[in-house]
Design a protein around this ligand. Sequence first.
Ligand SMILES: Cc1ncc(COP(=O)(O)O)c(C=O)c1O
Length: 424
Amino acid sequence: MVTTPSQIQSSSPSLPLPPFPLPLAQELLSTYGSPLYVYQSDRLHQTISQITRAIPYPRTQFQFASVTNGNLALLRIFHEAGWGLHANTPGDAYLGLHAGFHPDQIVYSGSNLNRTDMEQLLNWSINTFNLDSLSQLQLFGEVYGEMRGKGKKGEIRESKAPLCVGLRLNDPTLTGDSRIGVRREEFPEAIAIAHRAGLRLTGLHFYRGTGTNATKAFIQVIEPVLAIAQTLPDWEYLDFGGGFGYPYHGGGVAFNWEEFGAELSYCLNQLKRPIRLVIEPGRAAIAGCAVLLTQVVSVKWQNKKQIVGTDTTVANLSVPAVHGGYREIVTWPEVEASNPDSLIPTDVCGNTTYSRDYLGKNCQLPALQMGDILAILDVGAYGYAMASHFLHRPRPAEVLLKKRSHRLIRKREDYSVLLNNQVL
Ligand SMILES: Cc1ncc(COP(=O)(O)O)c(C=O)c1O
């Protein structure tokens, strides 16, 4: 029996339109093949500038959270726009350095690094670390001390910026039920550990959890977070996440950047001390600029439902099936015109027999034919970044679109990728 992810929901009857005309979609697929991730550069630039303008506080630095998308060409767009990079893992930092970010422009705030990870980040001269437990802080102090103390000149590359060490906050009333972070009652011990290692705790990092569109949920925690930050004697910067939502449902509630930015700026200005603000959006910055194009390879009917097979799979776009969530699936008016009667409840299926291989369930789509193109919207965040070789299909190509011109920014994989690192 087929089990379906309960979170995949119906589309609304009035479908949004794909972001570019059908002839361009056809041209893209005939040039690069299908399925295909297509990123719209204009849209990305607009979002970056909207978020940047929304926070008037003068000492704000924006760090793109590359956990959501590690394509170098896209990271470069953030770099050129004056943003830094937020690294969740050493791999994020590695990609950031390859995209051209200076180590000082990379903020690491993650969890559960081992000694080798910490040495690696320090060797790359990353110098902002928001750590999430007392033991991570202890280990960091040891590693940092050893790397300097052994006089390994060049191990820690010279950086103009001072080392910044912060604590990730865990407070169930503010951060929800999370494994990440340090409790307030642990702060005195954290300060003592840092002191013994010759470090100062200058940062507080707050992360509310991913994908929240409720602006008030962020606004109402600003003051309590600031109050907690002020209990750190050496406090110099606030990192406020991460976690800002994106309205995947066309016409649904959207995070209000202007309202949030005005409130946060007001509260920071009230402090009358030059606190630096770090904002590290991932999803909110990049989700909306991309679509995954896929072609119909099979159509059948089960009762009154249209069962459409496509040439992509949840392994190419794992978010909806694996983590719940919703991505709108649309087609072009020209396709609809071939069957103007009505929209039909449609399951959009992947090209494997995996029981969760649904790109969308109960979508409202016109009657489709072999070769028709579908666009899965808003796949810029946690799309390609979470694509895997589960089901043993090579991953799609990625293309950057500038108005009507386009260029390849990641090659399509072929089957040889499945042999990588295998030892017979
Ligand atoms: C510390 C931190 N910052 C930022 C992000 C990006 O989050 P989002 O895509 O929800 O903005 C993450 C995601 O895991 C994170 O852990």
